[in-house]
Design a protein. Structure first.
Length: 138
């Protein structure tokens, strides 16, 4: 992930240390469910950098969910959310934006993605009227 040179294992260790506030008795009631594990990523304009960033984010979510499952928590949703799409997609035309979306689809359906789990992917917000028009239905 951009801006972070820390290994995924280091970030996972920090995350699990932070979530250590719930005890086994808390989860024994069956009331504790992890609603969502969300990994926010910043995709650059360079589409060549998208794949490693998205794959790493998806693997992080999968590893976090596995950790919670092994600890007795169920996880409802895994998500990867990007920065606003106009920051990384070519929005000069609808065709160019669709080509970028298709490139993302190719990454999300690649064999490098964690298998056997569902990861929801959000392309980020539209920030301008032009971007909003690209995603609006007629």
């Amino acid at each position: 992930m951009r801006g972070s040179n820390r290994r995924s294992d280091d970030r996972l260790a920090d995350f699990f240390a932070w979530t250590g506030g719930l005890s086994k008795s808390d989860m024994a009631s069956g009331d504790v469910v992890v609603r969502a594990i969300t990994n926010f990523v910043v995709l650059p304009r360079d589409a060549a950098e998208w794949k490693p960033t998205i794959i790493a984010a998806a693997k992080f979510c999968a590893q976090a969910a596995e950790h919670f499952e092994q600890s007795g928590y169920s996880t409802q949703t895994l998500r990867v959310v990007t920065n606003p799409f106009g920051e990384y997609l070519d929005t000069s035309s609808a065709e160019a934006a669709v080509a970028g979306i298709n490139a993302l689809r190719g990454i999300l359906t690649s064999e490098e993605m964690p298998q056997g789990i569902r990861i929801r992917f959000a392309i980020g917000e539209a920030k301008t009227a032009k971007e909003l028009k690209l995603v609006s239905t007629p």
